[in-house]
Design a protein around this ligand. Sequence first.
Ligand SMILES: *[C@@H]1O[C@H](CO)[C@@H](O)[C@H](O)[C@H]1NC(C)=O
Ligand SMILES: *[C@@H]1O[C@H](CO)[C@@H](O)[C@H](O)[C@H]1NC(C)=O
Ligand SMILES: *[C@@H]1O[C@H](CO)[C@@H](O)[C@H](O)[C@H]1NC(C)=O
Ligand SMILES: *[C@@H]1O[C@H](CO)[C@@H](O)[C@H](O)[C@H]1NC(C)=O
Length: 437
Amino acid sequence: MVFCDFRKSFKLFRLWVFLRPFSVMLIVVVMVGVLLMVQTKMKDFIHNNGVSVQFNGRERVELKGFDAMKLQNRSSEGEILSTSYSPYHDWELFSADYEEMMKTLKIFVYPDAFMSNKSSTFSSIYLPHTNPFDPKLGNYFSEHMFKIALLGSQFVTQTPEEAHFYFMPFSINVMRNHPRVYSASAIEDFVAGYTDRVRSEFKFWNASGGADHFYVYCHSIGRDAASKQQELHHNAIQVTCSSSYFQRLYIAHKDIGLPQVWPRQHEEALSPPDARYKLVFFAGRVQNSLARRDLLELWKNDSSFDVFSGSSSFPYKEGFQRSRYCLHVKGYEVNTARVSDAILHGCVPVLISNYYDLPLANVLDWSKFSIIVNERDVPHLKKILLSVPKRAYLNMYKNLGVVRRHFAWYSSPKKYDSFHMTVYQLWLRRGLHRVAW
Ligand SMILES: *[C@@H]1O[C@H](CO)[C@@H](O)[C@H](O)[C@H]1NC(C)=O
Ligand SMILES: *[C@@H]1O[C@H](CO)[C@@H](O)[C@H](O)[C@H]1NC(C)=O
Ligand SMILES: *[C@@H]1O[C@H](CO)[C@@H](O)[C@H](O)[C@H]1NC(C)=O
Ligand SMILES: *[C@@H]1O[C@H](CO)[C@@H](O)[C@H](O)[C@H]1NC(C)=O
């Protein structure tokens, strides 16, 4: 027995010694075989199902039928956008989903937005603003434009049962100017009272605990508006200009950053890159912001920097037209309208505002048209900006021309404008389970 086993083992050992030099080769041959099989299977699958995939960067499997036509149409619209320099994470996915939203999305607006009851002291809080382009609205323009655009849009449904979302139409900005509300604490009470009213008068709030309800504001005092109503704070979606990961009541991924835009009626002409002979522009109050103070102290003497505490010595607009980079530096809040000012003027925004939940960041790749600098790196600002290769700068400049349509509000909304892009953010949050009503 023992002898027999020994002989068997010996034979196996001889075979092993013989094969050993070829072992690596054998493994490689088997692996290549498996890979070839997998690739053939995948091609068959793709041919049968009509998906577009590229092999070896060359061979393109053709799309089939109607879907192929649709995709091709989409590609032509997003033509330059499908390169690796595109400011979109995925233009094709986004634009297809956007069309789906245009066809499908329904929003119910609580009726207060339509009731102009002259004898009610508070109706102005819910009604759309009559003159949102009033320059005095300034920073709060987006808040009013959203409501005006929504009320006139195809998304509004009179059938609340079919709605994906429910809009609570109070305006923080109007409350802040309302003699009967005004203070932060009174605004919190008002908002809590309104939410409780909606909760008891309509059946929709309780179906989701408010998770498919939303409100919109650009006035920073709104950041505490939900503090006296826990379901509102925890579940409802705030659409806000002050979108900061570190804001006490802001919940990233639930809440939505609203593009903050200064009222303007016309598109600005873009000055070309070679007309931009200054490196940097910034004008603003130093406030209680360390980053702004550092910036001014360190760079105000540098001749390639136009940085001003307060107003610039030339018209504000000129700063955006003659500089390559325009700074957005955190003040009291992470946000200001400077970001969209820069984008609309073709001045590459430099964001020095840590933990700013940038608007539309799940659609737009901000790194393709802006530069994000840590607040603590203000001393290295010049080095950082001068090290950007010319090609990269020109690409960012070009991309600003592509994304600027997302940072504009119109009296009659346009495709892909701030209104539609913000509504798209809601669309991405649809589909909650509801308790039967
Ligand atoms: C693609 O675009 C063309 C022209 O714009 C249009 O006639 C055609 O119906 C479109 N095809 C699809 C599938 O949308
Ligand atoms: C208008 O508001 C007043 C005061 O709040 C209220 O008494 C009255 O019932 C309202 N009228 C309508 C039609 O809602
Ligand atoms: C919703 O739930 C609250 C708390 O349980 C209750 O007070 C309210 O009446 C409910 N609303 C409706 C419309 O039933
Ligand atoms: C800027 O210039 C002023 C006045 O000439 C001078 O006092 C100050 O030290 C300079 N600051 C820096 C950072 O060089």
